[in-house]
Ligand binder design. Structure first.
Ligand SMILES: [Zn+2]
Length: 113
């Protein structure tokens, strides 16, 4: 099977089908205090534990940028992506703010380098 994650030293990353963005987790200790996930060693059918929680805010749009420049106050929209990656599939928990909340789908194969 094709690889669905990239491993770079202590980091593993994958393209999140819910966020349409990459998520990166640590699979080996790097700095003290940084959380470390367990990994089953497979790039084609990875399992990570525990769950992966990503929070932040969506980048502002060009339209919002124009409105900010015009003096309007715009609050960036918060997002939350909470998932389990098991055997190469990603299960999105219901607290995700994106449209794939509650769904389980295959991870996307990595493009060949
Ligand atoms: Zn995500």
């Amino acid at each position: 099977m094709a690889d669905v994650i990239r491993v770079d030293g202590p980091r593993a990353s994958f393209t999140c089908p819910g966020c349409k963005a990459r998520h990166t987790i640590m699979i080996a200790p790097s700095r003290p205090g940084t959380p470390v996930w367990t990994w089953n060693g497979r790039k084609d059918q990875p399992t990570f534990k525990p769950s992966i929680l990503v929070t932040g805010t969506w980048p502002i749009t060009d339209d919002e940028a124009d409105r900010i420049m015009a003096g309007e106050k715009i609050e960036p929209e918060p997002f939350r992506c909470h998932s389990f990656v098991t055997d190469g599939r990603i299960r999105f928990l219901s607290d995700c703010t994106h449209e794939m909340a509650g769904e389980t789908v295959d991870l996307v194969p990595e493009a060949r380098p």
